[in-house]
Design a protein around this ligand. Structure first.
Ligand code: PMV
Length: 360
């Protein structure tokens, strides 16, 4: 069969939440029980690169395919990937209906090739960057006019946190209240240039794929944790407001306190679940103690907090700090890692990561 190959490539960065998404009110549409807020990290260190292509040359019987880090993923059996592909196709098909001169791409099989420059599924938010890059590359291939916020509705259905990786800087995912998820969208609270001194240090405690997947964990927490309703209904809505205020005011002391409180609150509802979910290990707790020691020195001297730890659904630590405190935060961790005084570290990724600028 004749015809060109249409192709588009993009990269999407990882985002690390400072107010955590934990709990689904609708598991099919990935609608959250609470809003969340994250910092999108620079693409230099943690990102997914994705190329989407389609062509009449591609064998129709083989259908759509996804190669992730060199291995074929069974996307035919992934309702989440299918939801994203189906919605992107239907937007393209409406475009084609309104402009008959456009090539009919919506009917062609898609080949998607994706690579991460960091360990997949190690609690480093690979699914967030992965689904954001998938949605963005196909939206570009299809020349869709939808904004990043509109595309966040689609990426959300791949992986909830993916909706926050379509924007750079400081990004909120508003839980919304509509049953169809039409108002459960991400928006940019502040661009990276608003607070460019922000840095993150990612400490890889374990790159192994062994933690409980987030969807399964969330369901157990929502069903069994007695602390959970207070977190979702009372604590997080207030914290979202305070966090947005801290970001607007570039108040690192408040940002750091809220970040650590929310990470601890999230891990507390995990431990309060039955069976209990424990994502942190002894090495994670050692990282907490290092951050506490750094902050103690600073507060003893009458200054504010210098560092904030946060942990997702795994043992790896992300530590936020400001550029001016690089030596006092990243320097301390570097010295500890370099001297191998903390057993169990597998290394660090993207030290001194800045908030991302998104390419248009
Ligand atoms: O997007 P998911 O389903 O992988 O869930 C992510 C959940 C956390 O990373 C623990 C929190 C968050 O808001 O990113």
């Amino acid at each position: 069969r004749q015809g060109p190959v249409y192709r588009s490539s993009t990269t999407a960065p990882v985002n690390i939440a400072v107010i955590k998404y934990w709990g689904k009110r609708d598991a099919t549409l990935n609608l959250p029980t609470n809003s969340s807020l994250s910092v999108t990290l620079s693409q230099a260190s943690l990102r997914t690169h994705t190329t989407a292509s389609c062509s009449a040359h591609y064998a129709a019987h083989e259908g759509d395919s996804l190669l992730l880090n060199g291995s074929a993923e069974p996307i035919q059996h992934s309702p989440r990937t299918q939801a994203c592909l189906g919605q992107l196709r239907s937007l393209r098909s409406s475009l084609e209906a309104s402009d008959p001169s456009l090539p009919k791409l919506s009917g062609l099989p898609l080949h998607i090739v994706s690579t991460n420059n960091f360990p997949t599924a190690a609690g480093l938010a690979s699914s967030a960057a992965g689904f954001a890059a998938l949605v963005r590359s196909i939206a570009d291939l299809y020349a869709l006019p939808q904004s990043a916020t509109e595309l966040s509705r689609i990426a959300r259905q791949g992986s909830g946190s993916a909706c926050r990786s379509l924007m750079g800087g400081y990004v909120a995912w508003r839980a919304g209240s509509a049953a169809d998820g039409s108002d459960s969208l991400a928006d940019e609270v502040a661009p990276p240039a608003h607070w460019p001194q922000m840095r993150a240090l990612v400490l890889v405690v374990s790159a192994a794929k062994k933690h409980l997947p987030s969807t399964a964990g969330m369901q157990v927490t929502v069903k069994t944790s007695s602390l959970f309703p207070t977190r979702a209904d009372v604590v997080v809505p207030r914290r979202m407001q305070n966090m947005e205020q801290a970001i607007r005011a570039r108040d690192f002391d408040a940002f750091a306190r809220l970040t650590m409180q929310d990470s601890n609150g999230f891990h507390a509802v995990c431990l309060d679940s039955w069976p209990p979910i424990a994502y942190l290990n002894d090495v994670s707790r050692a990282a907490v103690r290092v951050v506490e020691a750094i902050n103690q020195q600073s507060t003893d001297a009458g200054a504010g907090l210098l560092a904030a730890y946060t942990f997702d659904a795994g043992p790896n630590a992300v530590v936020y700090y400001l550029e001016r405190d690089t030596e006092r935060v990243a320097g301390v961790f570097r010295a500890l890692l370099g001297n191998e005084r903390v057993e169990g570290w597998e290394g660090s990724y993207g030290q001194d990561i800045k908030p991302a600028e998104m390419e248009e």
